[in-house]
Ligand binder design. Structure first.
Ligand code: F6R
Length: 610
């Protein structure tokens, strides 16, 4: 994800570009840049860092011009460097461009252009588009040059494009990445989303795939890639400030579900260095201490407790370290047996959950070391603990925890790599494989989020059911618990999570033709075949089977009424991918029922009472 914004106006545009950028920051903030045209020349400022940080350094408002584009980046092709930050220009400084998306055939085009002596200054796929358009400017007008370039590139794009020789024209184009047009008074806008320009205008034109818009300060025209004009409807948007804060999503929960690729990428950022895991100074534990830990006890509540169960699976399976998971509320009243070689890990989104705080204090009385995995900086739990690993999910406002959970799993996975290395339970190749696999997770998550049709269908068909069962095994048993919890808390529909094989020891009695049964069944070498058997058992009793399966699975779709696919990854990591469709299912069912999704009845974001 990246954010782009562009303005063409009768007045100076830098302030408008800047405020647009600030609203787009949720889309990416590893680097940021802005370009305006002054006297037929591009004036560009860009650098690595968050928007405010970069602005403090370069002062975007010192750029003056009546037309400009800006970008906040979430890197895909090319590292986080100033050179890779957008905007990008062609060799002759005639075209400047900002881009959100991925150009799949960029290396092929780059090769062709290099043969024609184009010199590239970044590693990005985006720069190729600027050079390509520039190469066509020798024979075509600006507009036709853009069209020809768009016909040649393959992949996804939302683009903002400027031509130094035509300083009154801003071109926007899209294919599979979002881009809207804002129609203003003596000025017009392009942006990745509506809220970023809502303070400027509420008149919005939606661009469709393979459409290109040509904006001047007092006109907007939209064309297809053959240059045929398309008449577009202007929509009036009536959103209040809170809706704008939700970046156009109906609820914070939905926004936060969709933020997960970014949240996980941020949680990984800088923690994987040269094949090692580095948690930074607030972690506070030496390798020497960690190698002596021979038992871990994880404490938490609700969703954070579920994350702990996934963590147990990872730590025992890969780092071979005995791990127990306790409800914080039970732990403190149980007189737990703890010794100095036990490490306590407290997991908490808010860092303020009273039961977890009390359990941590109990642990400290035994003189054991404590580590917090927490999302809120400076919260009580981080202050009580000896060390902290922050999940970098960003503020979670929806009461149902979503992005905090998946970032907790990402941290537990990194911690598992660290312990596996120290305890020599995995070799270098296995560790490399683990690191490469988690690096792919943000993009794989994005693809899960993009495929929601089947989930919507299930929500439509089953939102009036009274009960449902969620079944999974191994690392996906806690995901069954989490899926059921999400549904219960936001829709108020009763749901139970069970280990799939336990079903035959009781819950199978519940199954009849009206019972939806959600199987979390990604392909694995451990229990997949057994889960297929469990699916058959439910099918034989008429249950409605909704399955989460690995892409390419041929057997599960034959046995299930609905199959939702997740990309292939390591078994331990499948939990991060498989929970996301369950979050979406709970959300859409609750929304269909008209529930107050962000503030479900009887709940609070932080449970600060015991
Ligand atoms: C469920 C949920 C709760 C919390 C629990 C612990 O969606 O949000 O179950 O996970 O109250 O809260 P934290 O993680 O803040 O300690």
């Amino acid at each position: 994800m990246c954010g782009i914004v562009g303005v063409v106006s009768g007045k100076d545009v830098s302030q408008k570009l800047f405020s647009g950028l600030l609203n787009l920051e949720y889309r990416g903030y590893d680097s940021v840049g802005m370009c305006v045209i002054k006297d037929k020349n591009f004036k560009i400022k860009k650098d690595v860092g968050k928007i405010e940080q970069v602005n403090n350094k370069v002062n975007f408002l010192s750029l003056h011009g009546n037309i400009g584009i800006a970008h906040c980046r979430w890197s895909t092709h090319g590292g986080v460097t100033k050179n890779n930050a957008h905007p990008h220009t062609g060799s002759r400084n005639k075209i400047s461009i900002v881009h959100n998306g991925i150009i799949e055939n960029y290396s092929e085009i780059k090769g062709e252009l290099q043969k024609k002596k184009h010199v590239f200054s970044s590693e990005t796929d985006t720069e190729v588009i600027a050079h390509l358009i520039e190469s066509y400017l020798d024979i075509y007008t600006f507009e036709k040059a853009v069209r020809e370039a768009l016909k040649k590139i393959e992949g996804s794009y939302a683009l903002g494009i400027l031509c130094a020789d035509e300083p009154e024209k801003l071109i926007g184009a899209r294919n599979e990445s979002p881009l809207i047009i804002g129609v203003g008074n003596n000025e017009n806008f392009i942006s990745s989303d509506i809220p970023s320009i809502l303070t400027q205008t509420n008149k919005i034109v939606y661009l469709e795939d393979k459409e290109m818009a040509v904006l001047t300060k007092d006109n907007v025209m939209v064309f297809d890639l053959e240059g045929k004009e398309k008449k577009k409807k202007i929509h009036i948007i009536n959103w209040n400030a809170e809706a704008a804060q939700k970046s156009g999503y109906k609820h914070f929960m939905l926004k936060e579900i969709y933020e997960q690729p970014r949240a996980i990428a941020d949680t990984l950022n800088e923690r994987v260095q040269n094949g090692s895991i580095v948690f930074g100074k607030e972690f506070g534990f030496s390798n020497n201490y960690l190698s002596k830990v021979n038992r871990i006890v994880i404490i938490g509540c609700g969703t954070s407790w579920h994350a702990g169960l996934v963590g147990k699976f990872m730590l025992e399976e890969l780092a071979k370290i005995p791990t127990e998971v306790e409800y914080a509320s039970e732990f403190r009243y149980r007189h737990p047996l703890l010794d100095k070689s036990t490490l306590i890990i407290a997991i908490s989104q808010s860092g303020e959950t009273a039961d977890t705080i009390a359990a941590l204090k109990e642990a400290k009385k035994h003189g054991v070391k404590t580590l917090a995995i927490c999302n809120v900086m400076g919260s009580s739990i981080t202050r009580i603990s000896d060390g902290v690993i922050y999940t970098r999910a960003g503020p979670e406002i929806g009461v149902a925890s979503t992005k905090a959970f998946t970032t907790q799993l990402a941290v537990l996975y990194l911690l598992t790599i660290l312990f596996s290395k120290l305890r020599k339970t995995l070799n270098k190749t296995q560790i490399k494989d683990m690191i490469e696999s988690i690096r792919k997770i943000p993009l794989q998550l994005q693809s899960v989020l993009d495929e929601y049709d089947e989930i919507l269908k299930c929500a439509e068909l089953y939102h009036n059911k009274q009960n449902s069962l969620y079944l999974g095994r191994g690392v996906n048993f806690p995901i069954a618990l989490e899926g059921a919890l999400k549904l219960k808390e936001v829709s108020y529909m009763h749901a139970e999570g069970y280990p799939a094989a336990e079903m035959k020891h009781g819950p199978i009695a519940l199954i009849d033709k009206s019972m939806p049964v959600v199987f979390i069944a990604p392909h694995d070498v451990y229990t997949y075949k057994k889960v297929l058997g469990n699916i058959e058992e439910v099918k034989a009793r008429g249950g409605i089977i909704i399955a989460i399966a690995t892409e390419g699975d041929k057997e599960i779709p034959q046995k299930s009424k609905h199959t939702i696919f997740i990309p292939k990854t390591l078994y331990t990591l499948s939990s991060i991918l498989s929970v996301v469709p369950l979050q979406l299912l709970a959300y859409h069912i609750a929304d269909k029922l008209g529930r107050d999704v962000d503030k479900p009845r009887n709940l609070a974001k932080s449970v600060v009472v015991e």
